[in-house]
Each structure stands twice: as C-alpha cells, then as structure tokens.
Design a protein around this ligand. Structure first.
Ligand code: ZN
Length: 248
C-alpha cells in the first residue's frame, strides 16, 4: 500500500558498488537513509539493494553481506534464471494474455486495425509489418484497453460483496507494485496483470479493496481478504513467482 509518508523523509544517498560474495562478483545498490536502524537486503529484478542507516560503518555493512553471502548469491542466480525474456514484437512471437500463451500473428493490411484474438493467435493487421515499435504500440494499447475492462469488471464484482465503494479504478505502470489504493477509494491496478491468470487478478483486486476497510496489513485486513478470497495465501505465493513486485 501507500508509500507516500516517505516523501517527508530526507532523500536517500544512493551509490553502486561491487563486492565478492561466496566467491562470486556481485554488484549492488547501496542506499543510506537517516530513518533506518538496521541493514536490510532486498533482491528483485534490479538485483541486490542494500538499505542501511546513514552513519552505519563499512565494517558492519561488510559483516552483514558476508553473513548473508550464500543467500544473496543463490537468490540472484535464481532471479537471473527465471527472468522472462523481453517481449519481441515480430511475427510468430509468444505473447501472454490472461495466463495463456498466444502467438503474435502480423498480417499486412491497407488499414491498421485493433489486435484481435483468433484461436491461439493474437492477430494484428498493420500497414507497416516491419516496424516492431508500431506493433508494440498497437498491442500495448490493446493490452491497456483489455486490462481496464477486466479490472473494472472485477472491482464491480467484488466491491459490493466486500461492502466497499471505490471511487475510481485506473491502470498503473508501477515497477514495483501490482496495485495500490488510497483512503479516498482510488484503486490503481498494474496493467501487466492482464497477462496473468484471472485468479491472480482477483486476488490483487480483493487485496486493494480490502484496504478500503483496513488501511494496513493487520490480521483484521487479512480476514477481510480471506472472506472474499479464501485461498488468498496460495494466490499470493503464485503471484510472487511472476516476479518482482509486491501486492501492496
Ligand atoms: Zn496491501
């Protein structure tokens, strides 16, 4: 959920560093902030980030990194191995939609037309078939359109069941969050969820709507989630496998 409180804090001092851990070279981002009391390590699609208090010593930093060396190296390697290949915008490439894989089929046409699903294909009619950036633009527009339609339906389904009344549903393109929600009832859902199975979309929607009842992650919050989505823990684990982001 919201990270806006951080705006009040002084900015972090950020630098790139490298070190050898468990015999492997590791580069990482070091962030020093005044508000921290301990050294924290995080690994995501951007690699290792180390958060530490402004005045923590190099010796302390080194001891924490060495203590966690095996974990860091293993986690980084697993991230690297599972990283999805970047989408290619050419004919015959795989493309995901609602948890299923389709094949991108590009058909030359006098007129551009919105992409359409036909069987196992996502068909794109375009004038300029050799311009991947144009294909990307068309498909992205389609993704966003489909995403907003689906998310709006999901919210309309779950909101009355959960006794909440969100004021607005919009797409986000956040790098680190699947969704967010403000106290005023503005729900933001990451457009990339349109690539995922519906039960994961439902979970993120339920999670954000539950924040309209409980603006925290207390036991009471999880009870609200569970009432609408009894197997939420399973879905949450599944969502983590899709990568980098939190379901805050
Ligand atoms: Zn949350």
């Amino acid at each position: 959920m919201l990270k806006t409180l951080r705006r009040l804090m002084p900015p972090a001092i950020v630098e790139q560093r490298s070190i050898r851990l468990a015999g492997k070279p590791v580069t990482y981002t070091l962030k020093r902030t005044g508000r921290r009391r301990s050294i924290g390590l995080r690994i995501d699609d951007r690699g290792l980030t180390v958060n530490m208090p402004l005045r923590a010593s190099e010796k302390w930093l080194r001891s924490v990194l060495e203590e966690k060396a095996a974990w860091v190296v293993e986690k980084l390697e697993s991230w690297h191995a599972n990283k999805p290949a970047p989408q290619q915008w050419t004919n015959g490439e795989p493309i995901s939609y609602r948890g299923e894989m389709f094949t991108l089929r590009i058909i030359p046409s006098l007129f551009d037309a919105p992409p359409q699903l036909h069987g196992t294909q996502l068909v794109v009619h375009v004038f300029q078939t050799d311009d991947p950036s144009a294909i990307e633009r068309f498909v992205m527009r389609w993704y966003r359109h489909e995403a907003l339609k689906l998310f709006t339906e999901c919210v309309a389904h779950f909101a009355p069941l959960m006794g909440v009344n969100p004021s607005e549903v919009k797409l986000s393109a956040a790098r680190t969050q699947w969704g967010s929600c403000t106290a005023r009832g503005k729900v933001r859902l990451n457009w990339q969820l349109i690539k995922m199975p519906l039960d994961l979309v439902d979970y993120v929607v339920v999670h954000e709507l539950a924040h309209l009842r409980e603006m925290n992650h207390s036991a009471a919050f999880w009870r609200v989630v569970e009432a609408a989505c009894p197997d939420y823990a399973k879905r949450r684990d599944e969502l983590r496998k899709w990568g980098m982001m939190s379901d805050d």
